[in-house]
Write a new protein. Sequence first.
Length: 93
Amino acid sequence: MPPDGRLVRYVVVDEVRSYQDRAKDKVILMQLMELDDRRYEVRVGYYIIGKLPKMRGKWVWGQYAAFIPLSVFKRLIASATRKGWFVPRRQAV
């Protein structure tokens, strides 16, 4: 939710994922989002295997800023490019 408290709705249109190098308990992803005003944005995040008792051993959404090795970031960008994410889209003005 934005700081002003307004509600923003979105749909995850597509997603690209890659395991993080040398950390098979972490999956880095980029999501192509369509917001309710028809703008497109990209969300970067990660899933990690939980360590705390309640979520131990389960995939959970990461709550901190994602540190991404350049090799993984390049793979994500290449996958998104192949899927056509970066071609011009019609957006609301």
